[in-house]
Design a protein around this ligand. Structure first.
Ligand code: PDD
Length: 284
């Protein structure tokens, strides 16, 4: 059965969905996106993702093509039409189609696309039991990584390199310090303190990151928001990543060297449990 996707106000079978070859999302990656997870048919942290979409768009001189309630309704409609229990919803907004020109067009109409990916058992991902292996790569992205644009080629290259080396993902390193994972925020734990890079242009302000840090502080865990070196990461007691698709995922190996005992650590496990439980409760 093919998916029903949303394109500019219409819900259509994926085979019938289309956008212009002149769409600036295609020609310039002039587009932003969001990924919201779905558990038991409900949206996880929808408002956080909607707020970040608004910010990404405004940083690029665009406005929201529809308001929060209309986005929420469209997300719910997609969940229902595709019978999604657990999964992901991708929301892509481009500046629209216009004759090719580097300058922003004055009068293009934004393109809005949403689609689902079914992921049965998303919260019971077996990788959470074993942890994942990461390699380090230089962070060669641009300097506005705080905007969630669709320029994801370097992330793809990093994941391909990781796969070729028998790892699951890559952590990016700038000036000796870890910025983030290719599609997640990066953390280490040392002597009970959780360390993750402070917000800035170098990383995406993860929606999962915000929630996880709040839960950690509420649970009286110590949190330091600062850059950490690759060396610190290799000698940490634990490491983990967070994202809308992986929630809290333990990292057990960095560049072939074990982190801590080489198994998911207690703080990552606890944060994962708290995050999933609390977010299920608050889901919309
Ligand atoms: N990735 N950093 C980067 C570079 C990301 O692409 C993501 C999200 C995150 C975590 O953000 P959040 O917690 O809001 O998901 C951090 C999504 C899941 C993706 O592209 O698949």
């Amino acid at each position: 059965m093919s998916r029903i996707v949303y394109v500019n106000g219409d819900f259509v079978p994926e085979e019938e969905a289309s956008v212009s070859v002149f769409d600036r999302g295609f020609l310039f990656a002039d587009a932003v996106y969001e990924v919201t997870s779905v558990l038991d048919g409900k949206l996880i942290d929808f408002d956080g993702h909607c707020a970040r979409l608004d910010r990404s768009l405004s940083e690029l001189g665009m406005s929201m093509p529809m308001d929060r309630d209309a986005f929420l309704e469209a997300h719910r409609e997609l969940v229902a039409r595709n019978d999604i229990g657990d999964g992901l919803i991708y929301l892509q907004v481009t500046r629209g189609a216009a004759d090719r020109d580097f300058h922003y067009p004055a009068d293009a109409t934004q393109t809005v696309v949403m689609f689902t990916q079914a992921k049965p058992g998303l919260a019971e991902n077996p990788q959470a039991q074993t942890g994942i292996k990461v390699i380090s790569i230089p962070d060669l992205r641009w300097d506005r990584c705080d905007i969630k644009t669709t320029q994801l080629l370097y992330a793809s290259m990093g994941k391909m390199k990781a796969r070729a080396e028998g790892a699951d993902d890559a952590w990016m390193v700038d000036d000796g310090k870890v910025t983030e994972g290719t599609s997640n925020n990066a953390y280490i734990v040392k002597d009970g303190t959780i360390v993750t890079r402070q917000l800035g242009n170098e990383i995406l302000p993860g929606i999962t990151r915000t929630a996880v840090l709040r839960f950690a502080r509420e649970a009286q865990m110590k949190v330091e928001e600062r850059a950490f070196t690759l060396e610190e990461a290799r000698t940490a007691d634990e490491a983990f990543v967070t994202s809308a698709s992986s929630f809290v995922m333990p990292v057990v190996e960095i560049d072939g060297a074990r982190v801590g005992a080489g198994a998911p650590g207690p703080i990552a496990k606890r944060l994962r449990d708290i995050y999933i439980e609390e977010m299920r409760r608050a889901a919309s």
